[in-house]
Design a protein. Structure first.
Length: 316
């Protein structure tokens, strides 16, 4: 994983030779909370995109890399396309989606098997006719009668000329392997963009903020508005005679109201402590390092409607 910032992968591409190598960009798109981040993590084979039951969890383009044999897959997980509330934050999330779908080799359009909603339709309308798209019917394990999918599938094929249809469960390794094999056919022959052992183009500083945000949403449930965010103020690696690697992180949870701040902190600081403990343990595993984590909570009313502040918090 890259620790110095966002990698372009250019050096690896320059060093690699094209002899039999395949490499390409694969966008994962769909409405909020349809399982895109879970699918990305399964495809990469490592948790790099946070998940929760809360809609609008993914807020950035998350690039995940998987290299198998001669093929390198560069998956781009996008935020769910927002159809409610035209805030500065939501406009930023939608730009992340529309900026991806026209500049890839393949699109994975993720829907819940047997379902098609207005939210799905708005994402489908973004797809370009000249870029192949696979219809990924996710959460197949929740469909009790597979025969009910046939009329749904015919309806979906009328909505868009999908190159292929793949019913999957992201929890089934055999489904993921089958999907990788299908994706490989659509990737061009060219040198790899990244080194063979790279998993993402995101920095460890970015990943720290995302993991804290995941725990924040997990332990506050639906009570905390999705506009709450996390800003990493300090990310420093320090020498240590005791640990192979030691990282010190200071982060701020930004909320919009004093009542939200109290919700995050909890009685006697118990909830904030739990958020910090679980985030630290996961980061230690991810970074293979001893992590010291401090989390503060600040109120910034109306930040999600303020274009300048949205950008200052790291959104495009």
């Amino acid at each position: 994983m890259n620790t110095e910032g966002e990698s372009t992968g250019g050096e690896a591409g320059a060093q690699a030779t094209a002899g039999g190598q395949r490499c390409g960009l694969v966008a994962i798109v769909g409405k909020p909370n349809v399982g895109k981040s879970t699918l990305l993590n399964a495809l990469v084979g490592q948790k790099i995109s946070i998940t929760s039951r809360k809609a609008q969890t993914t807020r950035h383009r998350i690039t995940g890399v998987r290299t198998e044999g001669n093929t390198q897959y560069v998956f781009v997980d996008t935020p769910g396309f927002q159809t409610r509330h035209s805030s500065a934050l939501n406009r930023s999330l939608n730009r992340a989606v529309t900026g991806v779908v026209g500049d890839v080799d393949l699109v994975l359009f993720v829907v819940e098997a047997g379902s098609f909603t207005l939210g799905d339709a708005k994402v489908l309308a973004l797809l370009k006719p000249d870029i192949p798209a696979l219809l990924i019917a996710n959460k197949l394990d929740l469909v009790h009668r597979r025969g009910e999918l046939a009329p749904w599938l015919r309806d979906m094929q009328q909505r868009h000329p999908f190159a292929e249809f793949m019913p999957i469960s992201a929890k089934q390794p055999k489904d993921i392997q089958r999907l990788l094999e299908v994706c490989a056919k659509y990737l061009p022959e060219q040198p790899w963009f990244y080194e063979a052992d790279e998993l993402t183009d995101k920095s460890e500083r970015f990943m720290a903020g995302e993991m804290i945000r995941e725990k924040l949403f997990r332990f506050t449930g639906d009570e905390l508005p999705y506009t709450s965010t996390v800003v990493v103020e300090k990310f420093e690696e320090e020498p240590s005679p005791k640990f192979k690697r030691m990282v010190r992180i200071a982060a701020t949870v930004v909320v919009e109201r004093d009542s939200h701040k109290a919700m995050v902190i909890g009685d006697g600081g118990e909830k904030l402590k739990r958020i910090g403990t679980e985030a630290r343990q996961e980061l230690e595993q991810l970074f293979d390092a001893k992590v010291f984590l401090q989390i503060f909570v600040k109120v910034r009313s109306g930040w999600a409607d303020d274009e300048a502040r949205v950008r200052s918090f790291g959104y495009e």
